[in-house]
Design a protein around this ligand. Structure first.
Ligand code: FAD
Ligand code: NAG
Ligand code: NAG
Ligand code: NAG
Ligand code: NAG
Ligand code: NAG
Ligand code: NAG
Ligand code: NAG
Length: 537
């Protein structure tokens, strides 16, 4: 009898324990958010669980690559914070209840790492944190992480016609991911990267503390300007220096097919584009087209350019240093800097700048995969000629290979100034990309196969040891924190490609600010721990 009663007590205790445990980790997580002290705005209006009717639309709205639209790994909860306290609560409660966090600003990550994870996780989506304050007089701005570069350009143009910012081309890209990974556009040769113009930042760390430049420590402030934000905390806002732009700039895009001597022109481009006056950035974008003469397939090199000056100065410069292109006045258009942003984003002349505020883009309806490379010495003509047939394959219908010249300001910044190590010594940067529309695994494999073969083919002609890559062109092919573990030696495979010798320093910063490796993903910086102490991913 005595045994029996103690047995019942024990059983009751177990039952109680189990019934308590029946509420799942995500329910407990949500309860934790609701009970979190010091919440400023009500948090209950920004918490989307899987049963909420708005869950899918909130999740999908910033998915910019159809490869990740219908995948089964979905977050338990999406939180769209209205203020810092919501971020702090999410970070603390997620740790307490064993959920990982993925932070999303614009959702442009090429491998979807801001919203896909093969584990139980929640998304902190900063779409509501997108305030921008431009102080034109002092040429500075505060930009919240969930703002897009299009919104930033728009706000700058409302205040001044002669201020701009050297970030990317595609307006819906988020400043949270873009600036923390480097961020470049048509003013890179004149002004360097977006990250080079960050003068302060606000970040919430793993303990829920809101830090700025003064309190986060120099090493963390260094790390988030090119080392990616996702390994270190949640970036709330950036303070940036704006740059001067002339009131009139000149744009042009001229195409030359193989029949029009594209190979010879690229031969010359490789030798001059890095040395042009830094006010000229001329990309060479290779795509497949139908030859207007024969109707056969051919490759067209599109020379896409911005000149921070007038056409009258540009033409003689081009005639002198790049006559092979045969640029004429009629190819060129003068416009304001903000109009050049619209032009580069593909909007028709005369479009209102309001389109920069549109966060939706049609590209999100396509499947997409990309890779990147860096080039130190010109690619021989014979190698280019071997590259062109790749464009005639079925998978290359919507493929591109884009060369972006370095030089100018990029030559003046040392490799260790920020984690973005790819500076002097490079002639240009390559991006390979392929889009497709067919659903399914077979189509995906065919297009993956195409771009991987191109990448393999290019190996002899690009940077080596390491074969450098651009973090913002995220590519999980170059290595992941796999086997369920993050270890320094595994991570160094991709880490040296993205960051060169800065990788080790990034791991040191990580060790100081997040030693337990809470903020992690397939390519996050691991803390320095012994192999035996590896953290499950
Ligand atoms: C159509 C298109 C055009 C592009 N054009 C350019 C270009 O011209 N120049 C260029 O340099 N790059 C370009 N990119 C690449 C772009 O810079 C990167 O994809 C960048 O990381 C996107 O930032 P995001 O905030 O939109 O992405 P997200 O997917 O939201 O985030 C990217 C990464 O940063 C992390 N992250 C995001 N926000 C935060 C935050 N607040 N705190 C901490 N971590 C955060 C995410 O977790 C993820 O790991 C382009 C990409 C696309 C798809
Ligand atoms: C869905 O979540 C939002 C944000 O928390 C909330 O405002 C809304 O009432 C929820 N809708 C339903 C049907 O539960
Ligand atoms: C995703 O699923 C929906 C509904 O099942 C379907 O209509 C849509 O075509 C799918 N999209 C992709 C990209 O597979
Ligand atoms: C291509 O180059 C050849 C030889 O240099 C030249 O004769 C020809 O006119 C060029 N073609 C075009 C379309 O520029
Ligand atoms: C580049 O051109 C501008 C005028 O467009 C000139 O002011 C500047 O000095 C030139 N830079 C170099 C390095 O020649
Ligand atoms: C090129 O030609 C093919 C076959 O004739 C045609 O289907 C395709 O639409 C053409 N592409 C362009 C860009 O004109
Ligand atoms: C077009 O392609 C066909 C088949 O490859 C080839 O025989 C023909 O010479 C090409 N025409 C031109 C003008 O290049
Ligand atoms: C935003 O852009 C998308 C894609 O181009 C378009 O379909 C949509 O109509 C635009 N929205 C607005 C409000 O202009």
């Amino acid at each position: 009898m005595k045994y029996l009663s103690s047995y019942f007590t024990f059983a009751t205790a177990i039952a109680l324990l189990f019934s308590f445990d029946l509420s799942s980790a995500d329910e407990k997580f949500v309860q934790c958010l609701y009970n979190y002290p010091h919440i400023t705005n009500s948090i209950s209006s920004v918490v989307y669980t899987q049963t909420n009717s708005s869950y899918s639309s909130v999740l999908d709205v910033s998915i910019q690559n159809r490869r990740f639209l219908n995948i089964t790994s979905k977050p338990q909860v999406v939180i769209t914070p209205l203020d810092v306290s919501h971020i702090q609560a999410t970070i603390i409660c997620a740790q307490r209840h064993g959920l990982q966090i993925r932070t999303r600003s614009g959702g442009h990550d090429y491998e979807g790492l801001s919203y896909v994870a093969g584990v139980s996780f929640v998304i902190l989506d900063l779409i509501n944190l997108r305030g921008i304050e431009v102080d034109a007089e002092n040429k500075i701005a505060w930009v919240e992480a969930g703002a897009t570069i299009g919104e930033l350009y728009y706000k700058i143009s409302q205040k001044s016609k002669t201020l701009g910012f050297p970030a990317g081309e595609c307006p819906p890209v988020g400043v949270g991911g873009h600036f923390s990974g480097g961020g470049y556009g048509y003013m890179m040769r004149k002004y360097g990267l977006a990250a080079d113009h960050i003068i302060d930042a606000k970040i919430v760390d793993v303990n829920g503390n809101l830090l700025d430049k003064g309190t986060m420590g120099e090493d963390l402030f260094w790390a988030i300007r090119g080392g990616g934000g996702a390994s270190f905390g949640v970036i709330v806002a950036w303070k940036i220096n704006l740059v001067s732009v002339p009131s009139i700039v000149t744009v042009f895009q001229v195409g030359r097919t193989l029949e029009e001597n594209a190979t010879e022109i690229i031969h010359k481009w490789q030798r001059v584009a890095k040395k042009f006056n830094e006010s000229i950035t001329m990309k060479a974008n290779m795509v497949r087209v139908n030859s207007s003469k024969s109707g056969n397939l051919t490759v067209e090199a599109q020379f896409q350019s911005l000149y921070l000056g007038r056409v009258d100065d540009l033409i003689p410069l081009m005639q002198k240093s790049f006559p092979e292109l045969g640029l004429v006045r009629e190819d060129c258009t003068e416009m304001s800097w903000i109009e050049s942003i619209l032009y580069k984003a593909g909007f028709a002349k005369g479009q209102s700048t309001d389109v920069l505020l549109n966060r939706t883009q049609l590209i999100g309806l396509l499947f997409f995969k990309a890779k990147s490379d860096y080039v130190r010495d010109p690619i021989p003509d014979i190698a280019l000629e071997g590259l062109w047939p790749f464009f005639y394959e079925d998978e290359a219908q919507d493929a591109y290979i884009q060369f972006t010249p370095y030089g100018g300001r990029m030559d003046e910044i040392s490799e260790s100034e920020t984690p973005f190590a790819h500076r002097s010594g490079y002639l240009f940067h390559i991006q390979y990309g392929v889009y497709w529309q067919q659903k399914g695994n077979a189509a995906e494999q065919r297009h993956f196969n195409w771009i991987r073969r191109v990448y393999k083919y290019m190996e002899p002609y690009v940077s080596k040891s390491p074969r450098a890559a651009y973090l913002n062109y995220r590519d999980l092919d170059i290595g992941v924190n796999n086997n369920g573990y993050t270890s320094l030696s595994q991570a160094s495979i991709w880490g040296f490609k993205y960051f060169g010798n800065n990788f080790y320093r990034l791991a040191c910063v990580k060790t100081r600010v997040d030693p337990q490796n809470f903020f992690r993903n397939e390519q996050s910086i691991p803390p320095l721990i012994s192999e035996r102490d590896r953290m499950p991913l």
